[in-house]
Design a binder for this molecule. Sequence first.
Ligand SMILES: [Zn+2]
Length: 442
Amino acid sequence: MLLLGNGTLLTLGKKCQVINKGALLIEDGTITRVGKTEELRASFPQAEYIDCLNRLVMPGFTCAHTHTYSTFARGMDLKDEPPVDFPQILERLWWRLDKALTLEDVYYSALIPFIDCIKNGTTALLDHHASPNAITGSLDQIANAAQKTGIRANLCYEVTDRDGEKKAAEGLAENIYFIKKCQLENSSMITARFGMHASFTIGDKTMGKCARIVHDLGTGVHIHAAESTADVVDSQEKYGMGVIERLNKYDLLGTNTLTAHCIHISDQEMELLAQTGTNVVHNPQSNMNNAVGCAEVKKMLDAGVVLGLGTDGMTTDMIEGMKTAHILHKFYQNDPRVGWVEVPQMQFANNARIMANFFPTKMGELTPGAAADVIVVNYDPPTPLTAGNYYDHIVFGMTGRMVETTIVAGKILMQDKKITIVDEEEINAKARELSAKLWERF
Ligand SMILES: [Zn+2]
């Protein structure tokens, strides 16, 4: 039993409240009481107490699309001409990096961003994994890293035809194995989805197989969709339809499915995404970094698409992503009014909806019954903070590294900036050793 008291509580959720000198009680991984510190301290004197004076206490951030396997790319020399477009970025960087990964690399590539998540207050994420020469067992490696660090993770393997039929079949089998395992374990910490890379690397034969399995297992897919024009051109030329229309043809849209990016989609496809309740994830920094275009965020939200925020591996600090989205869409629309409503809707309301489709636990709010995924931020607002203006405080006054204490499922992973759950130095040293070897193989 853990009691966080004396803080400024920002509850988020449908009835967002700011409670000064607020407290919350955590029991068995769940928030059980929210109220005033004096009352809860008196009622639960036996609870372990954390004092949050002059601190903001809020739900942990969630990331709806990322790739832990990209970790070892940091600082790597491409030993090649710089890529000029998105297909070249994949061919010269990501598809060479992922081929060089061993199972041990996969494990450490996941540990590093998970530790970083703890530091930035990101408590749950949806990962999309590829390691073509270490497919079988790769999802267990990431799951082990998540368990070791205490982060909630939904995992999948990116099925693709880009490395031939055998690898496609192995990717398929890895998804089946891991989905069945998660269905059996029924954990709220590690869950699974069926991963597919993208339409332009999956032919009709493999797509058909994937769809049958997805339907048999009663799950959905996690796939990149219409990230660059190359994906759309491929789909139009080979199949005479857009990427979303192609997924719809295989009956793969719906509340269990997540399509990352959706930059180059038609109005009809946007309508399909909205009607089917498909989860869509915007990754502003990644899209700018890859120069693939800007998603029609405002239009998608207005059309009723469940659009959330991810990072695509760029960072684990969701505030960074929010800041980028906040200014990107003003610039893109040439309208300073854009961002204020759309960004908090994506990061808080819609990511919570998406997480509810990927985990059996309510996340993203400090209310009784919700997951005890809670962060304590060293932010003592210099101007009044209310349920109506908290977004301004987050975007203009905070960074992920202001998080001091991170709790997931009631377990303290970092307290007063000290990572309590793993030996970070040891993990960094091992990761440096492994990444140097990977760079040699690259
Ligand atoms: Zn991605």
